[in-house]
Design a protein around this ligand. Structure first.
Ligand SMILES: Cc1cc2nc3c(=O)[nH]c(=O)nc-3n(C[C@H](O)[C@H](O)[C@H](O)COP(=O)(O)OP(=O)(O)OC[C@H]3O[C@@H](n4cnc5c(N)ncnc54)[C@H](O)[C@@H]3O)c2cc1C
Length: 408
């Protein structure tokens, strides 16, 4: 049974990927009521993954990241409140208050406010770049063009984003130094064993990755910065980019009464309260994982898309998703395509099942309690995709090896 009708008014807070895809999906499902999209950025919804890839390399201009086509009938059928920030949500009354004091009455509210880049407390805080938005990229590209080519750029953090930024700068012939506090990058995501397998990628690509490096401070001003390390060493840098994770946009929900615990906690249908839902990066949702139900939050492009389709279906038809979500993400780094399926934990057992480390084309299988929990591929997209069947339903480790779909 539908939970909306033509008199319903949906207010979507957050004009990013999840918010925009929800508007599209609602119209696709035939919803004829009002849809309002509130976004604190002045831009129409755009795609973030290309920012640290095609745009930073210089292959795409920023305008190409837009998600809204010129002839989009959906865009014309929604009310836009761009450049406006939501500051409060009255859950019972379904009222969203904006930063200009205006109030939007809704019957349904979707929270899709995502995350912002985490910033470090540094003397030159405002001259240290972060990468989350189009405006961040515009500023970074301008400074890159002005920069003294004899000085390196320093990237703080060698996670997925840091690796992509290092790759893009190296591709532009910029000397890069990546500083990572841990002794192996990505270990917290792919586990220590797979992190070790990935360890030589930066070297092979000509990027100087230094592990066990704690940054004490960054001083100076744009163009002439000094990065101070805890070990007393100073690095002169033309620019510094901090890729040290994200912080959720939850402040505006402080007094909402919603359950906030590492994200907006929602049920298996993404509902945080009656007719109030959360989706995308900001949602901590009930997921029927291969080893049992889990409450997870995932900052992946594919998950935001999945959530949008799922929520539109739930509100318009009252039914759950058509298939079980298998989280997926990719990253283009050091000349390789890294892809992960599933939601393995870093301490899951990992086995190389296809390809070899020498050629850096391989597929690894993750298991927990003898159940398949994930797949990690390095430049082996076909082996990954044909093996996805192992995650579409619960598969034992023995069964996975007996079927060995990666050999097909
Ligand atoms: C540089 C970069 C590269 C990435 N690369 C990959 C990749 O290769 N693979 C992958 O799987 N994922 C990648 N991601 C992650 C992916 O882009 C995110 O998972 C996705 O953008 C999540 O969409 P969202 O709509 O939930 O959040 P967002 O895209 O963050 O959108 C939320 C929007 O809400 C706005 N907002 C916040 N608070 C308020 C408020 N109070 N009022 C109004 N508006 C507000 C924000 O400004 C923002 O515009 C990347 C992310 C970044 C930043």
């Amino acid at each position: 049974m539908s939970l909306v009708d033509r008199d319903s008014a949906v207010v979507i807070v957050g004009a990013g990927l999840a918010g925009w895809r929800l508007a599209e999906a609602l119209r696709h499902e035939g919803f004829e009521g009002r849809v309002t999209i509130v976004g604190d950025e002045v831009h129409e919804p755009y795609d973030r993954p290309p920012l640290s890839k095609q745009v930073l390399v210089g292959k795409w201009d920023l305008a190409r990241t837009t998600l809204v086509r010129d002839d989009s009938t959906v865009a014309n059928s929604v009310e836009w409140r761009l450049g406006r920030r939501a500051v409060a949500l009255d859950v019972a009354g379904k009222i969203v208050t904006l930063d200009d004091g205006s109030r939007l009455d809704a019957t349904h509210v979707a929270i899709a406010t995502g995350a912002r880049a985490r910033r470090l407390t540094l003397s030159a805080r405002d001259d240290v770049h972060t990468i989350r938005s189009r405006d961040d990229l515009a500023k970074l590209l301008t400074n890159l063009e002005r920069a003294d080519a004899t000085r390196p750029w320093v990237i703080i953090g060698a996670g997925f984003l840091g690796a992509e930024v290092a790759t893009a700068l190296r591709t532009r012939d910029v000397t890069t130094v990546v500083l990572e506090v841990a002794n192996a990058p990505l270990a917290g995501v792919v586990g220590p064993q797979a992190a070790q397998w990935l360890r030589r990628l930066p070297d092979d690509f000509g990027v100087n990755l230094r592990t066990n490096q704690q940054v004490r401070d960054v001083r100076g001003a744009s163009g002439a910065l000094v990065v101070e390390l805890e070990n007393g060493e100073n690095i002169d840098a033309a620019g510094v980019v901090a890729c040290v994770g994200s912080e959720l946009e939850l402040g505006w929900l402080r007094d909402s009464g919603l359950r906030i615990d590492g994200g907006v906690v929602v049920d298996a249908n993404l509902q945080a309260a009656n007719d109030v839902a959360a989706l995308g990066d900001v949602a901590r949702f009930v997921w029927p994982g291969p080893t049992g139900e889990e409450l997870i939050r995932v900052e992946h492009w594919e998950v935001a898309n999945f959530h949008a389709a799922q929520l539109a279906r739930f509100w318009t038809q009252g039914v759950g998703p058509e298939r079980v979500l298998v989280p997926y993400f990719w990253s283009d780094q050091y000349g390789k395509k890294i892809q992960m399926l599933g939601h393995p934990r870093p301490d899951d057992e990992v086995t190389l099942v296809h390809g070899d480390l020498a050629s850096m084309k391989w597929l690894a299988l993750y298991t927990r309690h003898d159940v398949v929990t994930g797949l990690l591929a390095v430049s082996a997209p076909r082996a990954l995709m044909v093996s996805k069947v192992l995650l579409d339903e619960v598969t034992s480790r023995d069964d996975a090896f007996a079927r060995a779909p990666w050999n097909a």
